[in-house]
Design a protein around this ligand. Structure first.
Ligand SMILES: *Cc1c(COP(=O)(O)O)cnc(C)c1O
Length: 391
């Protein structure tokens, strides 16, 4: 008698259905809007305060501080401009090679390029999906040297003064260890916490471990303002300079247009900030439902040897922005096949980003051995993760 061999695609579709039910299509991450969102956006339109001034901008910054515990927040047009400004504020430039993971969204590396610096790609951890601090330490021991308290790449002669950890899918990097390794090698930390709103490491919100930290409010993130971003920091000096840079570096000079350096038009419009003020009210509920969804996924995936669910790292609270699995022992072609197969059922899954050095503009950038990063790229599948699926 013939028995039909079950495919991994069919297994995965069955698991997802068990967890979230039969609703289709299932997108990766859908935004949620309620009455308050409409009311506050409408208020901007009715009062005419839609653009670069208005009460919602400062109110949103205050709410971000309350939620994250940051002393200061500066809201800007998107996460990418937030990364760009953070690097300008830190003084990064063409003399710098800036460490960042090969496993990230392209914006991290692009922001490094905007200031004329070179991204230097490092490996990741299979348990956090982010930088592995001990592997980083070992790598720097082989390629770096210190002169007068500044770390240099022995081979290129460039300065290595900054590191940009990324909290991939909202799972915090092991920041305690990373802070230690960074101190040891004279590195200043700028966190790309774009995916990490609502994630904590040892009770501290991500983005608050270094000089500054970036959040994104793009449409696919856990909180959206349409487009938007923020930089959080505990330093008033850094916050004031970021705000100055984001508002064309205009000096407070009455009616005169006086700008004291090359500034940027990166301030978040009031219209978007109004949406942010409403969205942040639903954030605790979204986080609760996303955690519920993640627990259900974990329970089901634990029964299947082919798939390994990516769990919350130790001592951390993840926001579970995107749930994901490793498709154990699969090659990348198989992963892409599974994703294509699931699309036929109306289930939209995705692979993770191509490793940065595989993109042509970063193919000549310096990089560490990327063994774990390669494995993450090859076998990861991200799953439908909208908060409403946790209901
Ligand atoms: C979303 C995201 C960004 C950029 O955010 P935008 O608001 O889209 O510019 C940067 N880095 C990572 C890791 C992201 O996920």
């Amino acid at each position: 008698m013939k028995t039909k061999k079950r495919t991994k695609s069919a297994d995965l579709a069955e698991i997802i259905t068990k967890v979230v039910g039969h609703e289709r299509p299932l997108y990766l991450h859908e935004p949620e809007f309620g009455e308050l969102d409409k009311k506050l956006v409408l208020d901007c339109i009715e009062t005419g305060w839609v653009s670069s001034t208005g009460r919602y901008v400062e109110e949103f910054e205050k709410k971000i501080c309350e939620f994250t515990g940051a002393n200061y927040a500066v809201v800007v047009t998107n996460g990418t401009s937030a990364l760009h400004l953070s690097l300008i504020e830190a003084g990064a430039g063409p003399q710098d090679e800036i460490l960042c993971p090969a496993v990230t969204f392209v914006a991290t590396a692009n922001a490094i390029s905007y200031v004329g610096a070179t991204p230097h790609f490092i490996d990741s951890s299979l348990s956090t999906l982010g930088i592995d601090p001990s592997a980083l330490d070992a790598y720097l021991e082989t390629i770096a040297e210190t002169k007068d308290g500044v770390t240099f790449n022995k081979h290129s002669g460039k300065k290595i003064r900054f590191i940009m950890p990324v909290h991939v899918f909202g799972h915090p990097v092991d920041m305690d260890m990373l802070v230690d390794v960074s101190n040891k090698h004279n590195l200043s930390i700028i966190e790309d916490a774009s995916e990490g709103l609502g994630s904590f490491h040892n009770g501290i919100h991500v983005g608050l471990f270094g000089r500054s930290g970036v959040l994104s409010f793009n449409g696919n993130k856990i909180l959206t303002t349409g487009g938007g971003g923020a930089i959080i920091t505990d330093s008033i000096k850094i916050a004031e300079r970021l705000k100055h840079l984001s508002t064309t570096a205009k000096v407070n000079s009455g009616y005169e247009f006086i700008h004291d350096e090359v500034g940027y038009n990166y301030r978040l419009p009031n219209l978007n900030a109004a949406l942010g003020c409403a969205q942040i009210e639903h954030l605790p509920s979204a986080l609760k439902r996303k955690r519920k969804l993640a627990n259900k996924y974990k329970q089901e995936f634990d029964k299947h040897a082919d798939f390994r669910f990516i769990e919350e790292p130790e001592n951390c609270k993840s926001n579970f922005w995107l749930n994901a699995i490793f498709c154990e022992n699969a090659n990348h072609a198989e992963v892409i096949q599974i994703i294509n197969d699931l699309e036929q059922y109306g289930i939209f899954c995705r692979p993770i980003w191509k490793l940065m050095p595989k993109l042509k503009m970063y193919s000549f950038s310096p990089k560490a051995p990327l063994i774990k990063a390669e494995s993450i790229e090859r076998t990861l599948i991200s799953l439908p993760s909208s908060a409403k699926l946790g209901d």
